[in-house]
Design a binder for this molecule. Structure first.
Ligand SMILES: Cc1ncc(COP(=O)(O)O)c(C=O)c1O
Length: 294
């Protein structure tokens, strides 16, 4: 995690809301990944902000799409470093360098990084932090240690973190030390074997992605819990998959301008599920082009 002062918030979404509120005003535009995390796409308009979609591929936000959004006036950019929800994208070294160069041309943009994949992915963090004056990197413990802990840590530049902590003091005050101590204990006692978790999710994702490829279908899932499958008709796909015994999330929840898809969560799949789930998924899509989602 990059160096900086720290704050503790009640989860990633709470942290992101506090960082956005520290710098932005209603009506401001915020560049977000498309497809992206549904709760974030709901939060942006709930704060009176305007979401500007940025297309991505397996390496994260596309540099030219990011640059366009920032040139068009987005005041903030929110990027998921790893285990992007719903596509599994993860910033590679080259993409991170390209995005840092884009951000260097827009130093007044507020950069918010979401590293919720920490502890469940084996790809290194390639932070963009520091490319702009104001930034924050948020790390929820939800995925690695449990969503009910309701805790995230964030770091950032001094002004941003001071504002977040000052405003937090006027509301909930702080995140309960009972919870903070519980998380500290989990960290110190090595309760989660990150490599084992990443390996298990990786095997399940790769098995399904490989089985789909054998059936002529290119889906996405470089890291994390999810596979993103482009389909021509989301509603029909969800209904037909449910009939076959598979629950997937309709892509509409995660999309602004990007084309339809469904999200499959692999966390509970067993090796015996691979063939049947790939057959079911193959029945709701045709061959689709690899690469970009837009
Ligand atoms: C992209 C992303 N970030 C963060 C989180 C965790 O959020 P929180 O800590 O608010 O529960 C999730 C959970 O689904 C997520 O998908």
């Amino acid at each position: 995690m990059p160096d900086g002062p720290m704050a503790v918030t009640s989860g990633a979404l709470d942290g992101i809301e506090r960082v956005l509120s520290a710098h932005l005003r209603p009506g401001d535009a915020v560049a977000v990944e498309d497809p992206g995390w549904g709760s974030l796409l709901d939060l942006v308009p709930a704060l009176g902000l305007r979401a500007v979609p940025v297309a991505l591929d397996d390496d994260g936000p596309l540099p030219e799409a990011t640059d366009r959004a920032l040139r068009e006036g987005a005041r903030a950019l929110i990027v998921t470093d790893r285990a992007q929800n719903p596509t599994g994208a993860a910033l590679g070294e080259t993409r991170a360098r390209e995005l840092r160069a884009v951000l260097a041309r827009h130093p007044h943009v507020l950069l918010v990084e979401d590293d919720h994949g920490h502890g469940i992915v084996d790809l290194p963090l390639r932070p963009l932090a520091g490319a702009t004056t104001h930034w924050a990197l948020v790390r929820s413990v939800a995925k690695a240690y449990g969503p009910d802990l309701r805790l995230a840590v964030l770091t950032g530049d001094t002004v941003t973190v001071d504002r977040v902590r000052g405003r937090q003091r006027l509301g909930p005050g702080w995140v309960s030390h009972v919870l903070q101590d519980a998380v500290l204990h989990l960290w110190r006692s090595g309760a989660v074997d990150a490599a084992a978790v990443a390996g298990a999710y990786g095997r399940r994702r790769d098995a399904v992605l490989g089985a789909l490829r054998e059936r002529g279908i290119e889906a996405h899932g470089r890291s994390g819990l999810n596979i993103w499958l482009p389909v021509p008709d989301e509603t029909g796909a969800v209904a037909r998959l449910l009939q076959a015994g598979w629950a997937v999330a309709p892509g509409a929840r995660f999309r602004l301008a990007s084309p339809p898809g469904v999200r499959l969560t692999v966390s509970t799949l067993t090796p015996d599920d691979t063939g049947p789930v790939a057959d079911a998924l193959a029945s709701v899509t045709g061959p689709v082009p690899a690469g970009r989602y837009d």
